[in-house]
Each structure stands twice: as structure tokens, then as C-alpha cells.
Design a protein around this ligand. Structure first.
Ligand SMILES: O=C(O)CCC(=O)C(=O)O
Ligand SMILES: [Fe+2]
Length: 271
């Protein structure tokens, strides 16, 4: 779709069990293009889970609600009663030791217009840095905190929600990862700090750390590194969560938008 990111994959039925050749082809395309779009794939939650499971073990989210009998499928059901809050750049679940390698997002119910999603290539963003900046951030590490993205004001409104959030925080203490990570398959390097979850850079003082974080998080969002997708019902996006970030437009209220997500675990980020 652009020189940096995005491809549309056609002539495949994701409701059927994939062959191992198809899985390897999809993975190769994912590594090359960072985010893949498959149109008209009306997967059921069980099919969605089984599809994602071809690519690795699945994560069960500690806060988001899930489909009633499929714990691995998150429901993102946003409306006036539950306003969208993914309109900031982030990678998913960086607060665990081995964050997701990818996510599969299915559009279930869409507003009449709006509700697009953007992805950005953190590899293209890294490549565009000058050598001096690359060496400045080379050996830095940063902290990622679930509490920053899931604040109590939003996710702890009832006593039950508060207890669930407290348990999620306790089970997921702040996690430290390299600021620049290397993709385990392509060997490409990319920026691995984001607006939603990253709280501080460990090796820098608060002022310099905040300045570097601010620079990197706005740099990854530059228009030339991104692609934007206008959803149709049953479109399915598969992104490589290791070297991308995404941003979901929150421009469709008072309409409702429902998405389902499967989250595939990956490996521990390394320099
Ligand atoms: O709703 C979307 O388009 C994306 C939401 C999001 O951030 C996610 O599914 O991880
Ligand atoms: Fe996300």
C-alpha cells in the first residue's frame, strides 16, 4: 500500500483451516509489509481464535472483556456509553515480558462513516533517524506500565472493575524493554516506545528522558511511515505488533463500533 507499510491479501478464505504453506506465506508477507488486510472474512469467534492460533499461543487480556465462551477474543464495543480510547499511538500489551508478535482484528459492526485505523512502521521510523540519534538511543531501555493505558478513572468505575484492574496491575508490574528492538525474523530494527504505555527511559534523567520519549513517540507517527484503513464489515487486519504501532480514530460517536481482537504472543524483545 505504501513503500513502508501495508498490503491487501486476496484469494484466501480465512474461515477455513489454513494449510501450513498458507500460514508460512502469510507470515512472510506480514514480516515484509507489517500489516495485512483481508477483505470479507466473516469469521466466527471460534474460527477467529483458531486462525490466530496457527501463529502462536494466544494472550488472554487482563482487563478487556471477551466473547462469552472464547476468552482469547477481546470485544472492543465502543459507543456513547463506552467511548473509544484507542485514539493514541501504541503497540499492544508491551507490559509483559514477551509481548505479542501480532494481532488479528475483525470488524463486526461499523459506524456509517469514520472509525478508520492507522498503523505506522517503527522500522521505517527508526531508519529515518540520523546516525547521531541512533547512537544516542542505541542502548537505552524504557518502562511500560499497564496503569498508564488503563487508568482507574476509566477502567475502575464499578467495585468489580476496580478489583479486576487492581489484580491486572498486580499481575503485570511495570516492564522494561529496549528502546530499539530487533525483529527476530527480518533482523530489522525499530523504535519500541509508545504514547499509551511507556512511562520513562531508565538510563536518562526525567527531563532528558521525557524529551527523548516525546521526540520518538511523535517521530513514529509521521505521515510517511503510516497507512490508513477504512473498514468494511468483516475486514480482518493482521499486524506485526513488534515493529508497528496503531491508532484508532474516535470520530464516530454517537454511533457504535464493534471489533474483535485475537492477540498472538511473541518473544522477549532484544536489541
Ligand atoms: O479498534 C481499532 O481499530 C483498534 C483498537 C486497538 O487498539 C486494538 O485492537 O488493539
Ligand atoms: Fe491496540
Amino acid at each position: 500500500m505504501t513503500p513502508s507499510i501495508g498490503a491487501v491479501v486476496s484469494d484466501i478464505d480465512l474461515c477455513k483451516q489454513l494449510t501450513s504453506t498458507q500460514c508460512s506465506e502469510i507470515l512472510a508477507l506480514l514480516v515484509e509489509h507489517h500489516v495485512l488486510f483481508f477483505e470479507n472474512q466473516p469469521v466466527t469467534p471460534h474460527q477467529h481464535r483458531d486462525l490466530a492460533a496457527n501463529f502462536g499461543a494466544l494472550h488472554v487480556h487482563p482487563v478487556y472483556p471477551h466473547v462469552s465462551d472464547v476468552a482469547e477474543i477481546i470485544i472492543l464495543d465502543t459507543s456513547v456509553d463506552n467511548p473509544p480510547d484507542n485514539d493514541s499511538w501504541h503497540t499492544d500489551v508491551p507490559f509483559i515480558e514477551s509481548p505479542p508478535m501480532g494481532c488479528l482484528l475483525s470488524a463486526r459492526e461499523l459506524p456509517p462513516s469514520g472509525g478508520d485505523t492507522m498503523w505506522t512502521s517503527c522500522a521505517a521510523a527508526y531508519d529515518a533517524l540520523d546516525d547521531e540519534y541512533k547512537s544516542l538511543i542505541e542502548n537505552l531501555t524504557a518502562e511500560h506500565d499497564i496503569a498508564k493505558a488503563f487508568p482507574e478513572s476509566r477502567y475502575g468505575k464499578t467495585p468489580e472493575a476496580q478489583a479486576q484492574l487492581a489484580a491486572a496491575r498486580q499481575k503485570n508490574p511495570p516492564m522494561i524493554h529496549p528502546v530499539v528492538r530487533t525483529h527476530p525474523v527480518s533482523g530489522k530494527r525499530g523504535i519500541y516506545v509508545n504514547d499509551n504505555f511507556t512511562t520513562r527511559i531508565i538510563e536518562l534523567g526525567p527531563d532528558k528522558g521525557a524529551e527523548v520519549l516525546q521526540f520518538l513517540t511523535s517521530h513514529v507517527a509521521r505521515p510517511e511511515f503510516r497507512v490508513r484503513w477504512e473498514w468494511k464489515q468483516y475486514d480482518l487486519a493482521f499486524w506485526d505488533n513488534r515493529l508497528t504501532q496503531h491508532f484508532a480514530f474516535a470520530d464516530y460517536l454517537p454511533h457504535r463500533r464493534v471489533m474483535h481482537r485475537a492477540t498472538i504472543l511473541g518473544d522477549k524483545p532484544f536489541r
